[in-house]
Ligand binder design. Structure first.
Ligand SMILES: NC(=O)c1ccc[n+]([C@@H]2O[C@H](COP(=O)([O-])OP(=O)(O)OC[C@H]3O[C@@H](n4cnc5c(N)ncnc54)[C@H](OP(=O)(O)O)[C@@H]3O)[C@@H](O)[C@H]2O)c1
Length: 330
């Protein structure tokens, strides 16, 4: 298999390498690209040293089976269409193409069927959306999801490596705001992204629009409040959800217990510090909401793993499985 990672030196790019190593993927060619400042840096895949190269116009004109983008929307807009012309599949982690009608927005456990026979660019959803939708999609199938109210507590690594550096410097005494609108150390900031005319932030709008697209449910009502907190890795979300049907709590519990990529904690809860290297979306404090049509729960997941890199690698794996099963020709 021939793979390229664009943005290999960033939080998501490095984690993509880790996730592939954890699967011991047999990779014949792994080319790593980043900006000019990282040219020559050495990263490792299963003890194999690989020199990072500057991304240029000619980098992606050769054939790769998979090109994984983790370098932001600007780089994706400039280079992903070119990569898609020459490769089997491009998987982009940025928001560049997520809402394009012709581009699939995929969480493999929810709508992975879209990858069958798929070519071109596929988008990886927003991190909070992925972890929240994994349990909600299971409950939607059983009870028909109507409305969601979500409040997030998002780690600084969600802003990339600069987010971590900003928190680190402030913990060492710096009074500079860094990449955030306010000091993040010992604080919480109710702004992620830019505010729009309707009072919501761009991150909150992403959670609404991407949830509707992934679930194929234009009627879904969702109000999110997204908040940055001084946590390094792991987003938490307080989720309240309303459904059409009556819910049986023991049945909902059993459904989540056996669902793929979900870890349900009964009679206990989990915090971002405790999730370690988990690739699951953790659900705890599951309870009825205001009545038997609604549920409330606490949701925690590793934003760089299940919220980004692991989802991208799972997209690649699922696409490859369709090819290997002979159900599509690439
Ligand atoms: N962090 C998360 O929780 C998360 C979750 C979901 C999605 N995402 C998305 O994933 C993408 C990457 O995020 P991140 O957190 O990994 O950011 P990051 O830590 O800031 O890393 C950015 C990467 O992009 C590379 N890059 C920047 N400009 C480039 C250019 N002109 N050409 C080639 N490479 C360039 C950087 O290379 P240098 O090191 O050389 O600068 C670095 O490898 C973003 O689109 C982000 O929105 C992130």
């Amino acid at each position: 298999m021939k793979i390229a990672i664009v943005g290999a030196t960033g939080e998501v790019g490095r984690m993509m390498i880790t996730c592939m190593q954890e699967l011991s993927l047999n990779i014949d060619v792994l080319d790593l690209y980043a900006s000019a400042k990282s040219e020559g840096e050495v990263l490792y895949y299963l003890d194999r040293p690989i020199h990072v190269r500057e991304l240029t116009n000619s980098s992606l004109t050769k054939h790769y089976n998979y090109v994984l983008f983790a370098a932001g929307a600007g780089v994706a807009h400039s280079f992903a269409p070119l990569a898609a012309e020459h490769s089997d599949l491009v998987i982009d982690n940025s928001s560049a193409f997520r809402m394009d009608e012709d581009i699939a927005l995929v969480v493999p456990q929810i709508n992975g069927h879209l990858l069958q026979g798929y070519h071109g660019i596929v988008s990886n959803p927003n991190c909070s959306t992925i972890q929240m939708l994994l349990p909600l999609a299971v409950l939607d199938k059983a009870y028909d999801l109507k409305k969601v109210v979500a409040s997030t507590y998002q780690a600084v690594s969600g802003s990339g490596h600069k987010g971590i550096l900003t928190l680190q410097k402030q913990r060492e005494g710096s009074t500079e705001k860094g990449i955030y609108p306010e000091i993040i150390d010992l604080n919480v900031i109710p702004q992620i992204g830019v505010f729009m005319d309707n009072g919501y932030s761009s991150e909150e709008e992403k959670m609404l629009r991407e949830s509707r697209k992934i679930l194929g449910k234009d009627s879904l009502m969702l109000s999110a409040t997204t908040v940055r907190v001084p946590v390094v890795y792991g987003h938490s979300i307080s989720v309240y959800a309303e459904f059409s049907s009556d819910i049986s709590l023991p049945e909902a519990t059993a459904l989540l217990q056996k669902a793929e990529a979900i870890k349900l904690h009964e009679n206990s809860y989990i915090t971002p510090r405790a999730i370690g290297n988990s690739n699951e979306s953790h659900v705890c404090r599951l309870r009825y909401g205001v009545d038997k049509h609604s549920l409330s729960f606490w949701n925690v997941a590793h934003n760089i793993r299940i919220g980004a890199a692991k989802n991208a690698i799972s997209i690649m794996e699922k696409h490859r499985a369709f090819i290997n099963s002979g159900s599509q020709n690439v």
